[in-house]
Design a protein around this ligand. Structure first.
Ligand SMILES: [Zn+2]
Length: 272
C-alpha cells in the first residue's frame, strides 16, 4: 500500500460519481483518513463533493475509536490528537511522543484511582454505524484495481447515497479487535480470494491505533452464488484476530443502523 498511485487514466476523473471537470478536484483526498496517522497517499480520482461526503463517514469512524486511540501519539494532519469529553469534562492531548496531558474543565471525577492503577471513563462523541461501515467500504473501493470497478457499480452507488441502508444477503460483518498491539501508522489492505472457496471475493482490513477492522465488500455480483450456502468469512488471524495477553473480545453493533450510538468507554492503567 505504501506505493499507492492513482491509476493514470483516472486522474481528475472521479471514481465514484464520474465528475471530470478539473476545477472540481481542488481538495486533497487521502487514501487513508489523516487522523489515523499521516501517510501522504493522495487519491486524484476523488472529486471535491465526493471527498466532502466521505469526510463525514470518516468523522464517524474517528468518533468510533477516538477515546482509546487518544492514548496513542498518532500524528495526523494537525499534529497529535486532541481529545475532548463533554460528559466527564476533560480534555487530553499529547505534548510530544511521550507526554500525554489531561486536564479537567469542570469539577468531575474522570479518573478513578484503584489499588493497582487507575481507570478513566469517557463518553465519546456518538457515531453512526452505517457511516463507519461506509468509510471502510469506501477505502476498500478506492484500492480496487480499475479492472474490477465495473462490477461494483451498485456498491459505489450505495456509498454515494448517504443514508441508503444495505440490502444484501451477505452478512454485514465488521470484525473488530481492540486488543492488538497498537500501531502508530495506519495499515489498509485489500484482499482478493484466489482459491475456489465459498467466501466473499474481496475483504478489506484497516488497522488504526488499537483497532483492527475487517469487512467484506458487499454488492459484488461474483458473490451472488454464495447466498444460501454455507458462507465462510475468513478472518485474518495475523492482522485482525491475533491479540494481546487478554484474549479476544468482540463488540456487536448493527452496522446498518443510521441511529447515532453513544457508548461509555473505560480504559485501565496499571501502575508499576
Ligand atoms: Zn465524485
Amino acid at each position: 500500500m505504501l506505493d499507492y498511485k492513482t491509476p493514470i487514466d483516472e486522474i481528475n476523473k472521479c471514481r465514484y460519481c464520474g465528475e471530470n471537470s478539473e476545477q472540481k478536484f481542488k481538495s486533497k483526498a487521502h487514501l487513508v483518513p489523516e487522523f489515523a496517522g499521516k501517510i501522504n497517499l493522495l487519491c486524484l480520482n476523488e472529486c471535491d463533493s465526493c471527498n466532502n461526503l466521505f469526510s463525514e463517514y470518516e468523522r464517524n469512524l474517528k468518533n468510533f475509536g477516538s477515546f482509546k486511540n487518544s492514548f496513542l501519539p498518532i500524528k495526523g494532519k494537525n499534529g497529535f490528537p486532541k481529545y475532548k469529553d463533554y460528559e466527564f469534562s476533560f480534555r487530553s492531548e499529547f505534548k510530544d511522543e511521550k507526554t500525554l496531558i489531561a486536564s479537567i474543565f469542570d469539577k468531575k471525577d474522570f479518573i478513578k484511582i484503584e489499588p493497582n492503577g487507575f481507570k478513566q471513563k469517557s463518553a465519546p462523541t456518538p457515531f453512526i454505524p452505517l457511516y463507519v461501515y461506509k468509510a471502510l467500504a469506501k477505502m476498500g473501493v478506492s484500492m480496487l484495481h480499475p479492472n474490477e470497478l465495473s462490477k461494483f457499480e451498485t456498491l459505489i452507488n450505495w456509498i454515494q447515497k448517504k443514508d441508503l441502508i444495505i440490502e444484501t444477503d451477505l452478512p454485514l460483518t465488521l470484525v473488530l479487535n481492540k486488543k492488538g498491539k497498537p500501531l502508530i501508522k495506519p495499515m489498509a489492505i485489500l484482499l482478493k480470494k484466489k482459491a475456489k472457496v465459498n467466501s466473499p471475493e474481496f475483504s478489506f482490513i484497516f488497522v488504526w491505533g488499537f483497532y483492527r477492522f475487517q469487512i467484506f465488500l458487499p454488492y459484488n455480483p461474483n458473490d451472488k452464488d454464495l447466498v444460501n450456502n454455507d458462507v465462510t468469512l475468513p478472518i485474518s488471524y495475523d492482522l485482525v484476530l491475533k491479540s494481546g495477553e487478554n484474549g479476544i473480545s468482540f463488540n456487536h453493533f448493527d452496522m446498518s443502523s443510521i441511529i447515532k450510538i453513544k457508548t461509555l468507554e473505560e480504559i485501565s492503567f496499571g501502575l508499576k
